[in-house]
Design a protein. Structure first.
Length: 170
């Protein structure tokens, strides 16, 4: 049986996959993740009271930049000319009854017309946006954390469409 992991050469060493023979198709990927924080932290974000500035606006730009720079930080990713990156935030103002924390869900959609998919770019955008929220708010809430980062949807290319209803609670 052939090794389904394509990032290894015959010597078992890492390589970038050769996509020369792949077809150019429209590809899309959507990922999400959640940042958890104290209710007061989310209130400060919503009211624009974080000293470093508009947290979600900066996180949105950082996430877009992260998607564009994915191949520079993930060694085997191909550099891509992305055709679109969209990031949205869903604020959950009701504290979770289990931990008393509020949250911000980050959702990214990345598009490209190319020979390889954009799953890593969507996941990187979520991760960088989450890290940016943490960076901007750490002065008031060092207990923030993020998780549930995962792929929700991808389409295009040889492997077809993948869809996940919901990322399971971690």
């Amino acid at each position: 049986m052939a090794n389904p992991l394509t990032h290894f050469n015959e010597e078992g060493r890492a390589k970038m996959v050769d996509v020369s023979d792949k077809s150019v198709t429209e590809r899309i990927a959507t990922a999400e993740g959640t940042v958890y924080m104290q209710p007061e932290t989310l209130r400060l974000i919503k009211e624009g009271q974080i000293k470093k500035g508009d947290v979600l606006a900066v996180a949105q730009v950082a996430g877009i930049m992260g998607a564009k720079k994915t191949s520079e930080v993930i060694p085997m990713c191909h550099p891509l000319s992305l055709t679109g990156v969209d990031i949205s935030f869903e604020e959950n103002l009701d504290p979770d009854p289990k931990n008393g924390l509020c949250s911000v869900k980050i959702k990214t959609t990345v598009k490209v017309t190319g020979k390889t998919g954009v799953e890593m770019e969507a996941l990187t955008a979520v991760s960088i946006a989450a890290l940016t929220i943490y960076d901007m708010c750490k002065a008031v809430d060092k207990n923030m954390f993020f998780n549930q980062i995962g792929l929700l949807y991808k389409a295009g290319g040889k492997s077809g469409t993948f869809s996940r209803e919901k990322i399971a609670e971690a």
